[in-house]
Design a protein around this ligand. Sequence first.
Ligand SMILES: Cc1cc2nc3c(=O)[nH]c(=O)nc-3n(C[C@H](O)[C@H](O)[C@H](O)COP(=O)(O)O)c2cc1C
Length: 174
Amino acid sequence: MNGSKPVLGLVASAAGGVETWLRSGLAEPLAAAGWRLAITLTPTVARWLEPQLDALRALTDLPVRWTSRLPSEPKPHPVPDAFVFAPATLNSIAKLALGIGDNQALTVLGEALGRRAPMVVLAQVGPDQSHHPAYSGHLTVLRGAGVRVVSGGPEEVLKELAAVAPFVASDNKG
Ligand SMILES: Cc1cc2nc3c(=O)[nH]c(=O)nc-3n(C[C@H](O)[C@H](O)[C@H](O)COP(=O)(O)O)c2cc1C
């Protein structure tokens, strides 16, 4: 690992199945593609992923985060060049669209949205959740800020990231 690689902010929230694919289906391919991973988890998914935190840590030289730093501490992550938020729950999508940063994951995502950083969001919401009256408005807010919202699985994220941040990956290959 070194500081010359492009940095990807990889953020995950607590949607079912995340424990089966986040590492092997997304984090490993991203690291293999040359991204330096700055991984931040919501508190709930940090609990779900507890048994595989060491395996996630092994993919990056940066700490895996889910809590805020103390004001006296330096920032543990550099500012990422691009972001992947996968999976994104109804809860965290709503918070991101509204600018609510009540945990470290939403704090970094909210700042990234403000900078209009390249961002791919893998929305994972069930049928009832997707019919929540505020949901479509939240997606409109995110898309209006340039966020690529996809559904499906990690392979859609990898495809979309190549479209949204090709300059980052190509600048740093080799
Ligand atoms: C087993 C399980 C699976 C879940 N799957 C989803 C899901 O696919 N999408 C979703 O929006 N919420 C899902 N939830 C609910 C979220 O985990 C819950 O709203 C949680 O508060 C989200 O927190 P976070 O967004 O901070 O990670 C699931 C909950 C459990 C227990």
